[in-house]
Design a binder for this molecule. Sequence first.
Ligand code: SAM
Length: 288
Amino acid sequence: MANLGIPGNTIEVLQKYNFNFQKKFGQNFLIDTRVLEKIVSAADITKDDMVLEIGPGIGTMTQYLCEAAREVVAIEIDKNLIPILEDTLSAYDNVSIINEDVLKVDIKALADEKNGGRPIKVVANLPYYITTPIIMGLFEADVPLKSITIMVQKEVAYRMKEGPGSKDYGALSLAVQYYSDPEIIAEVPPNCFIPRPNVASMVIKLNKCETKKVEVKDEALMFRLIRLSFNQRRKTLKNSLTNGGLPVDKETIGNVIKELFDNESIRGEALTLSDFAALSDKLKEYIK
Ligand code: SAM
């Protein structure tokens, strides 16, 4: 099968199958060989690797992944794409396609079954409407992971990468940075896709940390505090936490904040990951 990174070949396949793009599935297919090469090279794939691709589309990136990896598993929700994938990937015997919503698949079990529980590499040009649940799902389900190399909306890439002091810093930054070291790979303009998306895109690689960056007694409590702190950015940390339904009274929350940060009117957006871990551990002492 011809290289689908070349626009004419993609158009031929789309016409052959009379394919209708489904907006609800975030379908924007890559048609730029340089971008495809850049993604696959950034993902650093070898013949030892099992790669999970989320949303293969018509199999454009899958072809590159099959060349580089030992084994590729691709999960695609749109049943209309399955016969197309069988055609475009017919030259490869190291790929399996799962016709399912990725959010419903037990990826940890898949990695155990197909890779003996060793870390897998995830590569995807993500459907933008579910970027956050996909990434958080992979991290929180404790999937054995080496890295996630993904195309996301440009502003989402910045949100993952930024630290305190930036307008893009928020709950997603802290969650991604708790589990991984993010690395921006490349900006990708809309004309590299068919159809063109309305937003600029970016490839970002999340290198999973082998050891936890911060130690925290109750991970769930820390993430609850993080979400509460960024729910209403303009409020002080004390007010955000007081109104968040935590089983701790306002005075105690105020005292803990003052003790840790020497400033009772600090905002959540000024806190680092270690600060949130310290806050969580301290407040936990008051939660029975
Ligand atoms: N990888 C292809 C490429 O780069 O040309 C297609 C990328 S397109 C941005 C996103 C793909 O994800 C589409 O094929 C879409 O049907 C699929 N998709 C959307 N939601 C999905 C879900 N919940 N589970 C699995 N695949 C999904």
